[in-house]
Design a protein around this ligand. Structure first.
Ligand SMILES: C[S@@+](CC[C@H](N)C(=O)[O-])C[C@H]1O[C@@H](n2cnc3c(N)ncnc32)[C@H](O)[C@@H]1O
Length: 297
């Protein structure tokens, strides 16, 4: 478990650096099906482009999927310890910072993704508007789906379908989202779609993933068969938001044309909003480059 940290008086983040004994890599040890299912979806949605940012990319679980498709990529995360665990790779820059105030200039990164992060974000409007500010072309956004099929069945069975109001968000203090000592929120698709619309994103594709994550399916079928079933029924599952994890391929409404920026062309000091040269803010002179990681935390 990790703790919550206040980054200002109103916004809190899930700080994976608060407990250095917690190793997120272990979470994936028994989740090969979910891992494969997500990788399968992401591979279908990635396109070749100039630059790419994996926001909340953690220790780089998914880096190998995108690193060769872009001139360079950025592994961006709030946790310095997660970034330190990530393998150093050519043309993958590590940047530590906060999604609510990213150290990048407007529209300077072509594409990116946010996978398994939104459930830690208590102000999704603010985070999505920041993503829209820095991305120029396309984006893959994954969110934990509050209306997945098992949740609908459960609410129907408990006859609290209306009381729980599962189509509204945020939804606190119930099994579908908690925010006391951990920020862990599931979102309804309609809430996500309207937030994206307000932030100049068009939804081009919707794919439901990890549809068979229930332990009974995992006991009955191999990982390969489950991923095959995911693929076979992809259209149907996606249409009805069947699974616990929904991936969206987004496109910016007004695309920027210029793309070819170097890493220091795109960085900016999050306090002074000024250029970074050789790792330092040109105004306040703070050095942000430590052991190969741009650390803005
Ligand atoms: C569940 S992990 C997912 C990591 C990776 N995307 C993956 O799928 O393997 C969530 C990550 O989001 C990061 N995170 C949480 N809040 C953040 C914030 N406000 N800004 C940037 N990263 C954040 C955490 O540090 C953590 O590495």
């Amino acid at each position: 478990m990790t703790n919550i940290k206040y980054i200002n008086t109103s916004t809190r983040v899930q700080d994976y650096d608060s407990n250095l004994e917690y190793d997120y890599r272990k979470y994936w040890k028994d989740r090969e099906y979910e891992n494969q299912s997500e990788r399968n979806v992401i591979s279908k949605l990635l396109k070749n482009d100039y630059s790419f940012i994996d926001i909340g990319g953690g220790y780089g679980r998914l880096t190998d999927l995108y690193q060769d498709k872009y001139k360079y990529s950025i592994l961006f995360d709030y946790s310095l310890s997660n970034l330190k665990k990530a393998e150093n790779k050519e043309d993958v820059f590590k940047v530590c910072g906060d999604i609510y105030n990213m150290p990048f200039k407007d529209g300077t990164i072509s594409s990116g993704m946010l996978v398994r992060v939104l459930h830690h974000i208590e102000n999704p409007e603010k985070a999505i508007s920041e993503i829209s500010r820095v991305i120029s072309d396309s984006f893959i956004l994954e969110f934990a789906n509050k209306n997945h099929i098992l949740s609908r069945v459960k609410h129907f069975k408990d006859r609290d379908f209306k009381k729980q109001d599962i189509y509204k968000i945020p939804h606190r203090n119930d099994s579908q989202g908690f925010m006391d000592d951990q920020i862990f929120l599931n979102f309804s698709p309609s809430y996500i779609f309207s937030t994206l619309e307000k932030n100049n994103f068009l939804v081009k594709k919707t794919i439901s993933a990890s549809n068979f994550r229930h332990k009974y399916f995992k006991k009955l079928f191999s990982v390969k068969s489950l991923v095959f079933l995911d693929n076979t029924f992809k259209l149907f599952f996606s249409k009805i938001y069947f699974g616990p994890s929904i991936f969206l391929l987004l496109e910016k409404k007004n695309k920027n044309v210029k793309k070819e920026y170097s890493i220091e062309d795109i960085l900016r000091c999050p306090k002074c909003i000024e250029d970074i040269k050789n790792g330092k803010c040109v105004k306040c002179k703070k050095n942000y480059l430590e052991d190969g990681i741009y650390n803005f935390k």
